[in-house]
Design a protein around this ligand. Sequence first.
Ligand code: GLC
Length: 438
Amino acid sequence: MLGQNQKLVEQAKAVLAKNDRGQYTVPSLQLYPHQWLWDSCFIAIGLAHHNPQRAAQEIKSLFRGQWTNGMLPNIIFGSSDTFWAGPKHWQSHVSKFAPAGIETSSMTQPPLVAYAAWLVAQKLPEAEREVFLKQIYPGLLAYHSWLYRERDPANSGLAVLVHPWESGLDNTPTWMKALSRTPLWISVLLKSGGVELLRRLRRDLKNILSEQKLTDIEALKLVHRLYRFRKRGYDSRLHIQKSRDTMEDLVFNSILVAANKALIRIAETIAEDLPADLRFRVSQTETALEGLWDPETAQYYSRHFKTKRLIKVSTIATFLPLFAGSIPQRRAGQLVQVLKDPSRFWPAYPVPSTALNSRYFDAKRYWRGPTWINTNWLIINGLLQYGYDQEAAALKKTCLELVASSGFREYFSPLSGEGYGIDNFSWTAALYLELTHN
Ligand code: GLC
């Protein structure tokens, strides 16, 4: 067993080396040949065990794409032109805040970076640690300040997302329910046989069976939302004011709580004072997260920003407040009961991205059912914070088994363990390294 584990560790390192572009690592050479924000965070967390300097570089490279208003984009484009939603769809320079000399997307992704930076820093030799943290602190501060300034117009403490891509769970039923209206042009396109043309443009289907990816209508809706935001010059405040479909997203805000705590620790380590208004907003987020709890179903949900209604679809997001670490112990106990329910979240290979008994559940399709290693890792960390060591160990075992039997796949069947999506996927490899170390 030890032998096999060691072999997989070497294979995981080889996957990361192959996807390494020098300063940063792509999630997948075939499918995602650019840099993604939360992917690089997971990658850095894994790399830190074997090469902390390279892990620090991974984090630093994210600031190449930082907008002058502080935003960190979810994608920093490299030279490949094979990605279906490439720079020409984004045209990020319609905003005066887009950085010069580099192509990026125009929205963000779960704000894991301060948290990842803190973990990486712990692995660096002491002398390098402070230098690293000092280098990235101004960028981190600008990012968290941007989140509160531009994405929390109600001053509630919760960040508002403008697009499902920002949640990291692209086609999660929560967002797809919120975007249930189909824009006219999409209906017309679908009725007039435009699907044939679309299928040719959808390069994400080149290497993957379509049953494992976004449906055509989901893909079109994502692009539609992007164009709407672009039309408003990527002005977050304006978009949030005008758009009907923005969300106080549960995954994003749970990660924000954990990242805020890391930011405070970083500031303390390098003897910086976090601005008082930011400290206030940070504490507000912890309190506001509790507003996303639904006593009736004993779960947390994302909330529609305009209507203030919880989107009561049972998905993996419900467990992310464990990672936040700010919720009361009794809530953690209630969540663990939901997690361990075999009819909802505890099949042979937990944790499915959508509840098994949900009408949206689909064991093969992206965020509508498959088990992902990154969300499992976030939940494992959450469980450990609340003393659920056995459950954490069971999930860790599942992750290691999935990789051992199906490889470094993007996602897996929660029912059979079969591997889906692309192979040699960076965060699966990186988190394998992390899980085998801890
Ligand atoms: C998909 C995932 C997203 C990830 C990206 C690159 O869009 O939904 O979470 O960051 O691929 O791996």
